[in-house]
Design a binder for this molecule. Structure first.
Ligand code: PEP
Ligand code: MG
Length: 590
């Protein structure tokens, strides 16, 4: 039966392909008692499931090594080693000998192991919980004869649309891009990290569908439209043709959009704006460097960590940062120190927290784990000799965090000098302004920092008390709330008063309407998704700053986000209608 499921646009692009359901969750297992006579057969079944799980993991390992590299592939070695642990088989066999069915026996042992690991004092053991969970799901699915939800058998080139409840950033990074053409999730919002990563990887995505898993069986033909946030199930032939025509039309505009992306970001009244790119993984830097952006305004280094079994060491980090600097050949590259925590965790994660977004994350964790942090700071100082590198600290709420970081940087200077390796000891140090505390008290930071960068994703989350990843709250998550607009204006004026650059690097900087508002609020630097550069420059080049300022003032005085957004949309449309003749024929910005 044909239907259209509506979600949240997360990453643009239209894909026509079959649906593949990924249910990566521990299945419910019924309590089943067996006769003494069945015990040998059940033990045999257990070992057979272990063998099949090992085969599957080796296959995944080979593929991951070819596509992502040996470090990423190591996750699968860890899981094989869990299966090879003789204690695991012995514990499950002991329960089977007490007349429990193999599936329930395995389930109970894994539950116990996961609990013990999660409570362990050693972080390295706690980090294994995620691997245990994967082994738990994989072996149980085999024992219970459940449909194979692992996307390993998806044929190459099939343009499959992966539908799942939620994707962790690590699973997103592991996806086989040769067969997965798009992703759709029931959970998530446009600023959840799965959406940010999908945009980085150029994978069309719709998130926040809420009920897709319940509705779909798997195998249906579907059309995913990442720009309007829809998943059309069982489309007619005419709709498939229309979707393919739309893809061809988008490709047809590629030349004009490329030209726009490389044009100068000057407003109609000749105000020069700086447009930089957000780069989330080093592999993106060469493509990012061709996007028309003048350098990198935000590199999220935690994506070097998620999905990995161990932290990257100093040398590996140095190589990654150097790669980005060299790709951007002398242009400014702002590299943010690890923002681990919240929904961005290495494999296995850290101890569960009741409120991870208010918890031990970002600069808080880095300052507590100073050996890890200093390895990153040393890697950055060494990479700094290869270009214009600037360091940025995430989630700062107090100037003490900046001062403690500077103290650690001094220690790093001594350590590097003793090693006689080339490094820079004068790298600019800036902070993300992404909490109301940092925004309201920005003046308390000015003497200790070299620049500000507004992280609107977290600023909206913390100002409006709306979880950025919760699909149920998506309509309430908006940068147009007057409180958010006023905070941005305040940071901008504090920066201007103290001669400190203020950039905006959250997702709002990639949205045409929000760009109009930001310029009006006085923002002159934006860092945007590489694919958004053309659209952002189109707004910049199509407007007068005077019109943007008037609109932003009026938006800040509105009573609600909806009023502010409607007002801005009306004014931007009027402004573009007056001036944006060069964009005739291009897709609408609204
Ligand atoms: C932000 O919060 O706006 C930001 C850019 O950082 P992240 O999305 O990685 O939290
Ligand atoms: Mg943030």
């Amino acid at each position: 039966m044909q239907s259209v499921l509506r979600g949240i646009p997360a990453s643009p692009g239209i894909v026509v392909g079959p649906v593949h359901l990924l249910r990566w969750e521990v299945p419910e297992v019924k309590h089943r008692l067996i006769d003494d006579a069945q015990i040998p057969d059940e033990i045999h079944r257990l070992h057979d499931a272990f063998d099949r799980a090992r085969d599957r993991l080796r296959l995944l390992r080979t593929r991951a090594e070819a596509q992502a590299g040996p470090k990423e592939a190591a996750i699968f070695d860890v899981q094989v080693s869990i299966l090879d642990d003789p204690q695991l088989a012995l514990s499950v066999e002991a329960l089977i000998r007490q007349n429990l069915g193999a599936d329930k026996a395995f389930d109970l042992v894994l539950l116990e192991w996961r609990q013990n690991f999660a409570r362990h004092v050693a972080p390295m053991i706690r980090e294994r919980v995620g691997d245990l969970t994967d082994v738990h799901i994989r072996v149980l699915s085999m024992l219970m004869g459940l449909p194979d939800h692992d996307p390993v058998d998806v044929p190459r080139g099939s343009n499959t649309i992966l539908v799942t409840h939620d994707l962790t950033p690590s699973l997103t990074l592991q996806l086989d891009r040769e067969c997965i053409g798009a992703i759709a999730t029931d959970a998530g919002t446009a600023t959840a990290h799965v959406a940010i990563l999908a945009r980085s990887l150029g994978l069309p995505a719709v998130v926040g569908l809420r009920n897709a898993l319940r509705y779909l069986k798997g195998g249906e033909l579907a059309i995913l439209n990442g720009a309007d946030g829809t998943l059309m199930i069982a489309p007619s032939d005419a709709e498939v043709t229309q979707a393919r025509d739309a893809v061809a039309e988008e490709e047809g505009h590629a030349g004009e959009l490329r030209e726009l992306a490389h044009s100068e970001p000057l407003t109609r009244d000749a105000v020069r704006i700086v447009v930089r790119a957000n780069v989330d993984i080093p592999e993106e830097s060469e493509v990012g460097a061709l996007s028309g952006a003048e350098g990198v305004g935000l590199m999220r280094t935690e994506f070097l960590v998620v999905g990995r079994t161990a932290m990257p060491d100093e040398d590996e980090q140095y190589a990654a940062y150097r790669r980005v600097l060299e790709a951007f050949a002398g242009k400014p590259v702002v590299i943010r120190t690890f923002d681990i925590g919240g929904d961005k965790l290495p494999v296995g994660g850290f101890p569960a927290e009741a409120n991870p977004f208010l918890g031990w994350r970002a600069i808080r964790m880095c300052l507590d784990e100073s050996a890890m942090f200093k390895a990153q700071l040393r890697a950055l100082m060494r990479a700094g000799v290869h270009g214009d590198l600037r360091i940025m600290l995430p989630l700062v709420v107090t100037v003490d965090e900046v001062r403690e970081t500077r103290q650690l940087m001094l220690e790093c200077v001594e350590e590097l000098a003793a090693l006689r390796v080339p490094f820079r000891d004068d790298l600019p140090l800036g902070v993300m302004v992404e909490t109301p505390a940092a925004a309201i008290a920005a003046d308390t930071l000015v003497r200790d920092v070299d620049f500000f960068s507004i992280g609107s994703n977290d600023l909206v989350q913390y100002t409006l008390a709306v979880d950025r990843g919760n699909a149920n709250l998506a309509p309430r998550f908006t940068p147009f709330h007057p409180a958010v607009l006023r905070l941005i204006a305040q940071v901008q004026s504090t920066g201007a008063a103290h001669d400190i650059d203020v950039c905006v690097c959250g997702e709002m900087a990639s949205q045409p309407l929000a760009v109009f508002a930001l310029l009006g609020l006085g923002i002159r630097q934006l860092s945007v998704a590489p694919r958004a550069v053309a659209g952002v420059k189109r707004v910049i080049r199509g407007i007068r700053m005077s019109a943007a300022s008037e609109a932003a003032l009026a938006a800040m005085a509105c009573g609600t986000a909806r009023e502010a957004e409607t007002l801005l949309r009306r004014r931007l449309r009027a402004e573009l209608d007056r001036h944006d003749s060069s964009a005739a024929g291009l897709p609408s910005l609204f």
